[in-house]
Structures are given as structure tokens and as C-alpha cells.
Design a protein around this ligand. Sequence first.
Ligand code: NDP
Ligand code: SSN
Length: 291
Amino acid sequence: MSTGSFGFLGLGIMGTPMAKNLLAKGFSVTVWNRDSAKCASLVEAGAKQASSAAECVEASSITFAMLADPAAASAVVFGPKGVLEAMTAGKSYVDVSTVDDETALKIGEAITAKGGRFLEAPVSGSKGPAEQGQLIFLCAGDETLYSEITPQLDVMGKKSFFLGAVGAGARMKLVVNMTMGSMMGAFCEGMALAEKSGLEQSQLLEVLDLGAMANPMFKLKGPSVMKRAFPPAFPLKHAQKDMRLALALGDQLGQPLPVSATANEAYIRAKGAGHGDSDFAAVYEAVQTKP
Ligand SMILES: NC(=O)C1=CN([C@@H]2O[C@H](COP(=O)(O)OP(=O)(O)OC[C@H]3O[C@@H](n4cnc5c(N)ncnc54)[C@H](OP(=O)(O)O)[C@@H]3O)[C@@H](O)[C@H]2O)C=CC1
Ligand SMILES: O=CCCC(=O)O
């Protein structure tokens, strides 16, 4: 292991391009994924492949993890042949998955109890920004580690924030995604009502894009909604997980979130109807009914 050796756990829609960007800039990267087949394109791009999360941490000074949800992030750290088995003083762990603050704290405490350093760094931005190295990192935890990995964060992203103690990154990420999920729900209702009332959805998109509500998300997802084709960039099951975690945070804090709670119902309905692996714009399927 050299000081410049990086690990990457979790090679899904986001983890794969993030790890590829590190490799493309010449960093030494060892990868692991539960389904080992997903390591192939990374190995082709120059990565070494580990046979377990523990082996990946063993081979790396700093390990990034991009995992589905709190259960996955915890399983990879605390499970058999997991991160903790190889965590020692001198090693660092950067969890870029979207989880709740309780999970981030639990993981952070376990890493530091083994002598390691911990940074949570969930990202804003989706598949395209991950491929283009344009993510936004929402970091909290060990500030020295944050400063040390600035070159790597700069390869994968366009901006990084340091928000303070562990938990603040998760909370910021959940607030952002809750806002986004509600916005997408309202947008899909607008598209459905436009169609039902005899308007052209393409004209609604144009009107929205010229006014105060213009935003990259409506512009990007509008054509998908019109075609009712939802190849996953941000899987709907993860968007619903984020709504659920944000609502739980609101509940803990006594913060009413009626708009987001209602939007969450639409995501639950879309997931139940089999759209969990589609892009989150497929929430349209839960609000659209045939004319
Ligand atoms: N897609 C997006 O636009 C964005 C996603 N995020 C967040 O990033 C994280 C990853 O998202 P994304 O890449 O889209 O998701 P994917 O569903 O594409 O990838 C999920 C990853 O988690 C792994 N995983 C799931 N469960 C387990 C488990 N029990 N044990 C070990 N590994 C597991 C999967 O492994 P396997 O391949 O074996 O199933 C896979 O590597 C999520 O927290 C998501 O909310 C954040 C910003 C944007
Ligand atoms: O967590 C996913 C965020 C998707 C995005 O920011 O576009």
C-alpha cells in the first residue's frame, strides 16, 4: 500500500464513472463490488480488483464507498470481510453514499474507533455529472482528510463544501433531494394536467423554460416524460429512499413537511407499480392517468 492508493467500493450508476475519472487522472485505484461482474470495465480501465471490501481497504490508504442506502452502507462496513476488518490507523474512509445522519455517525464512530479517519461526502448531481466530473460534494467529518483529498474530489466534482461534524453532510443531501423530489412530483403533475386539458406538453416545457421556474431538471427530464421513457440516471427507488429519510428527519425534529410527504406517496405508488429501477422522473407514471 502506498499513500496514493485509493479504494472504491460500489460500482453502480454513480460509482463506476467516479472511479473511472480517478483512473483517468492517473490515480491508482482498487475496486470492489458485490456483483463482481461490474468490476470488469474498471479493470479494463486500469483498476485492480479486490475480492472483498476488506481486501480493498487493505490495499488502499483512502477508500471511497458509493452504496445504495443505509442498509448497504452498513453491510459493507460491518459485515463479514467488510471495511472494519481491515481498518487501521493511517487508513481513511470516505462514504459518498446517500444515507441518514444516524447511519453516517454509526459508520464514522466505528471507523475512528479502529484508528481510521472518516469523512461523509454525499454528492449532488447524477449520472451525467458523475461522468463529466461535475458532482457537488457535501462533506463533513475529518477536516484534515477533507483537505487531503481535495485533488480527488476535484477530479470527480466541480465544487466541494465542508459542512462541519459528521451528520451535516447527510442532512444537507436529504434536504436537497427532498426539495428535488417534491419539485419533480409537481412538474409531473403539471405535465399530466397539461396533457389532460388538451395542451401540448412541449409548449408547457417552453413556457416553463422562459420564466422564473426555468431549471436544468425540467429541461433534462421533460423530454423523457413526454416520451414516457425513463432510462435510469437517478433510480426512483433511491429517490423514494431519500424522501423517506428526509421525512424521518423532519419527524425527529418536529418539522412539518406536508408537501414532501404527499410527493413521497407518489414515489411509493410508482415503486409499487414496478418503476423502482426506472429514473425518478417515472413518478409521472403514478400521477398520469389515461385521458
Ligand atoms: N444515481 C444518481 O443520480 C445518484 C445517486 N446517489 C446516491 O448514490 C448511491 C448509489 O447510487 P447509484 O449508483 O445510482 O445506485 P445503483 O443502484 O446503481 O448502485 C448501488 C450500489 O450499491 C451496491 N449495493 C446495494 N446493496 C448492497 C449490499 N447489501 N451490499 C453491498 N453492496 C450493495 C450495489 O451493488 P450490486 O451491483 O452488487 O447490486 C451497487 O454497487 C445511493 O445512495 C444514491 O442515493 C447520489 C447522487 C446521485
Ligand atoms: O441523489 C441524486 C441527485 C440527483 C441530482 O442531483 O440530479
